[in-house]
Design a protein around this ligand. Structure first.
Ligand code: ATP
Length: 815
């Protein structure tokens, strides 16, 4: 950090002279001087100078123009996009300046480019420095959109009212997944949260974890290369311990390497004969370490502190001008002595009016590209510790009517053949969904023991079922470990879903072989039926007799109808699958509704078209099928089941058959076709992405660096078993789509939890206090009904009733 004694002032050789006259008077004097110059220099130079001054005024608008821009809103609103030549350049005031050709630029703007100076300190008597700071922040907010600039305030409770106008600015909304309502800090805890968020970005930036000790040259070089949105942090009397002040000082010195610029306010006597500039500057440095570390400082001057002098922290600008500062070199007065700058300042009422005008404005969606989060869509939010699938599905109160509406919408929107859409849970931008038809065709879930694979498969099944009618989507469930007596049969609870035609537990070799054979026959049947078409094309093709594609005719016109318009003939008639035994349904609900009776040959044969729903086969403990334990009952037949599944992996895409497998031992399954052909990969791993920061907020934004989160490998680690700082959080994972190397983090939605007491979704009322806006938002605690039904049971029951009223039968069981 440069010492306070190494300073350079710009703008005055006579600090005693306080212009303090306001712009109008200043302009009058300047005009006189300009007139004198005209006599000697000719009219042409004066006119050129006037025109040049006007251009400069337009380029760096004064406070009046800034306010009009917000109130309009004017065409200049948020004009400074990333890469704009004047981005992050703020006007501090105005001064008469000499043009290159000798003309006088009257009251031309004096500006500081934060990109070049890194951070800017503002020092002076409190009331005056606050007025200047308001003007600077308002310029930034008017000229830079929230997509290009975020503004953070770190202050103390004593400034609560003073900065309350910031609450209206859209730039204070958290856009990088910060865990707060607004980017504010009024106490030590909030200030620590904000500085943690900022320092993380530096650690992840070009200087890496050693950013704090990087040389000024390295920081400046990294800052020059920075692309992307910027952050201006207003530091005004930061609360908290000394360590926080040190961090702020380091941020002031090196933050620009990651696009972070501090605006540090501090109270100091105005530079005047009583307190010469060096003394005022040093007083300010002593009061604030962040101020001292700022690349450039503006110290108010004069008896009434309406002047301004600019100090460069390392003194390099002494002879050659200060990099990033315009308007102060060559300043001259009538006597030829350098003059002070007349400071820009606005009142609190001005700022309030300005900020309220911006409050309702948001950047157009087209302007958001490349902003925080890097892509279109809503801003990122931190992932919750747990998520309820039904909430993520938007089915908090799953009712048959809501499901019927969903299915009807699917018939309208989905491509021919229907969709296989599954919401996995909460993602950084809301519910995270995958479409097996579009993104798959197959999916792989990997994770060590207890990471939530079985639960995710259940949620996968439940969510697929909520998205499509049972006659358009069939589910087959396989418990690969199949230890018997319920153990290892984690998917059995899903057999209540009306879409499930068959459940196989790998316990009985005879049944397993039958199943494998039936599955292979089903593939063959589909291949024959489709002929050379693929599944979607087959459903889209015009049918003889009805003139329309099946995909549209079923359900679109009549959501309650049977798939395939009755009476339509198929080019090739293939016998529908014969009904077979199914595992005895464990559920009372199922018995009550007796939906399985619909899976009779009668139900199938009344359809004039062959029954061809999309089929998803979900397999838990796939590794146990690939490498069955010695002595496990299913071992002799496991190979036949695996071969049938591999046939799906190879040919399923064309046949409308998808595979979703979960493996706890990737080392055993890595070479299987099922794994190789999985377009969607999900890695469950409860560890924080960077163990050095267990409690990171906004990890959703982080690029993936942890080797265990690679889409191809899961390595059991002790850290996986227990996330530091608390219990392990099962269900935390990352989804890797093709061409998505970093993956998308998510918290898997739980579906076997008990229905929460709050399932009725009463509104929650939370008092919002300005001083608490920097806290994490209040979240409604999820309290489950201790002995109530599970969400899965609630959903299954609603699905059954919906299927019944839609007359949408399930496919006959495979065996
Ligand atoms: N998304 C989730 N939210 C909350 N709890 C979960 C979630 N997923 C799983 N759990 C809980 O974590 C525990 C382990 O889950 P699960 O059995 O699904 O893990 P697994 O990876 O299949 O384990 P194993 O490989 O040992 O079978 C269970 O108690 C389950 O209720």
């Amino acid at each position: 950090m440069p010492g306070p004694t190494r300073w350079t002032r710009r703008g005055s050789g006579a600090a005693a002279r306080d212009r303090g006259l306001g712009a109008a008077v200043g302009r009058g004097k300047a005009a006189e001087r300009g007139g004198a110059r005209e006599d000697g220099g000719g009219q042409g130079a004066a006119e050129r100078a006037a025109a040049e001054a006007e251009v400069l005024q337009r380029r760096w608008p004064d406070p009046a123009t800034v306010l009009m821009t917000a109130l309009g809103p004017g065409s200049r609103l948020w004009e400074r996009t990333q890469g704009h030549p004047d981005a992050l350049t703020v006007r501090l005031g105005s001064a008469d300046q000499l043009a290159a050709d000798g003309g006088l630029l009257v009251a031309a703007p004096v500006t500081v480019d934060l990109r070049q100076c890194g951070s800017l300190g503002l020092a002076g008597p409190r009331a005056r420095v606050a007025g200047l700071a308001r003007s600077v922040v308002a310029q930034l907010a008017a000229l830079h959109s929230p997509a290009a600039l975020e503004i953070v305030l770190i202050s103390g409770e004593e400034r609560l009212t003073e900065w309350s106008w910031l609450g209206w600015l859209p730039q204070l909304q958290p856009m990088r997944g910060q865990d707060c309502r607004l980017l504010l800090a009024y106490d030590g805890e909030q200030a620590t949260a904000r500085t943690d968020e900022l320092t993380r970005r530096l650690e992840d930036g070009p200087l890496g974890p050693g950013w704090a000790s990087a040389s000024p040259a390295a920081a400046a070089a990294a800052a020059a290369r920075h692309v992307g949105p910027r952050t201006v942090v207003v530091v005004d009397g930061a609360p908290g311990p000394a360590a926080l002040h040190d961090t702020l000082a380091r941020l002031a010195a090196s933050g620009s390497a990651a696009g972070i610029h501090l605006l540090c306010l501090t109270e100091a006597p105005a530079a005047s004969p009583l307190s010469p500039l060096p003394m005022s500057y040093e007083a300010a440095c002593a009061a604030s370490a962040a101020f001292a570390a700022s690349g450039v400082a503006a110290v108010l001057s004069g008896d009434v502190a309406t002047g301004l002098q600019i100090v460069h922290a390392d003194g390099d600008g002494a002879t050659s001008g200060i990099a990033g500062v315009t308007g102060v070199s060559g300043i001259t007065g009538a006597t030829g002595a350098t003059t002070t700058v007349t400071v820009d300042a606005v009142s609190a009422a001005w700022a309030e009016r300005f900020a309220r005008a911006l409050a309702p404005l948001r950047p157009a969606a087209s302007a958001q590209g490349g902003a925080f989060g890097g892509s279109d869509g809503p801003p990122t939010v931190p992932l919750p510790d747990s998520a309820r699938l039904l909430d993520e599905l938007g089915l908090a109160r799953a009712t048959p009517a809501s499901l019927l509406a969903r299915w009807a919408a699917a018939a309208d929107e989905a491509p021919a053949g229907g969709r296989a859409l599954a919401v996995l849970g909460a993602g950084p931008r809301g519910a995270l969904a995958v479409d097996l038809a579009a993104d798959g065709p197959h999916a792989l879930i990997e994770g060590t023991a207890g990471t939530g694979k079985t639960e995710l498969l259940r949620s996968f099944a439940a969510s697929l079922a909520a998205a499509e009618r049972p006659d358009r989507l069939e589910l087959i469930l396989i418990d690969g470990a199949g230890a018997g007596a319920g153990a290892g049969e984690g998917l059995r609870v899903c057999t209540d879903l009306p879409h499930v035609s068959t459940h196989l537990a790998a316990t009985d070799p005879v049944r397993m072989r039958e199943f494998a054979q039936a599955l292979s026959s089903e593939l063959k049947r589909r291949a024959e039926l489709l002929d050379r078409l693929d599944f979607t094309a087959w459903h889209a093709r015009p049918h003889h007799g009805d003139g329309g594609g099946e995909g549209r005719s079923d359900g679109a016109a009549d959501p309650g109808g049977t798939p395939g318009a009755p009476g339509a003939g198929s080019a090739r008639v293939v016998a529908p699958r014969p009904p077979g035994d199914v595992d005895p349904p464990p559920s009372d609900t199922l018995h009550t509704l007796n939906l399985r009776t619909q899976r009779t040959a009668g139900a199938a044969t009344t359809r004039s078209r062959p029954f061809l729903p999309r089929l998803v086969v979900l397999v838990d403990d796939f590794d146990a099928l690939v490498a069955p334990a010695l002595g496990s009952p299913g071992r002799p037949a496991a190979g036949s089941v695996v071969r049938a599944l591999e046939a799906i992996a190879r040919d399923g895409a064309r046949l409308g058959v998808h595979l979703v497998v979960a493996s706890g031992r990737p080392d055993r399954t890595a070479d299987t076709v099922a794994v190789e052909r999985a377009g969607l990969r999900i890695v469950l791993d409860p560890r924080p992405l960077n163990p050095a920061h267990p409690a990171r907020h906004g990890e959703a934004e982080r690029p993936d660096t942890a080797p265990a989160a690679s889409p191809r490998s899961v390595t059991p680690t002790p850290a996986a078993a227990a996330a530091p700082g608390g219990d392990p959080a099962p269900g935390r994972g990352r989804l890797f789509r093709p061409q998505d190397a970093g993956g998308t983090p998510f918290q898997a939605g739980r579906v076997t939890g008990r229905i929460p007491r709050t399932a009725t979704q009463r509104p929650t009322v939370v008092p919002l206090e300005w001083r608490r806006m920097g806290d994490p938002p209040a979240r409604r605690p999820l309290r489950e009904l201790g002995n109530g039904p599970t969400d899965l049971a609630l959903l299954a029951s609603a699905l059954q009733r919906a299927a019944q009223s839609a007359d949408a039968p399930t496919a006959p069981a495979l065996i």
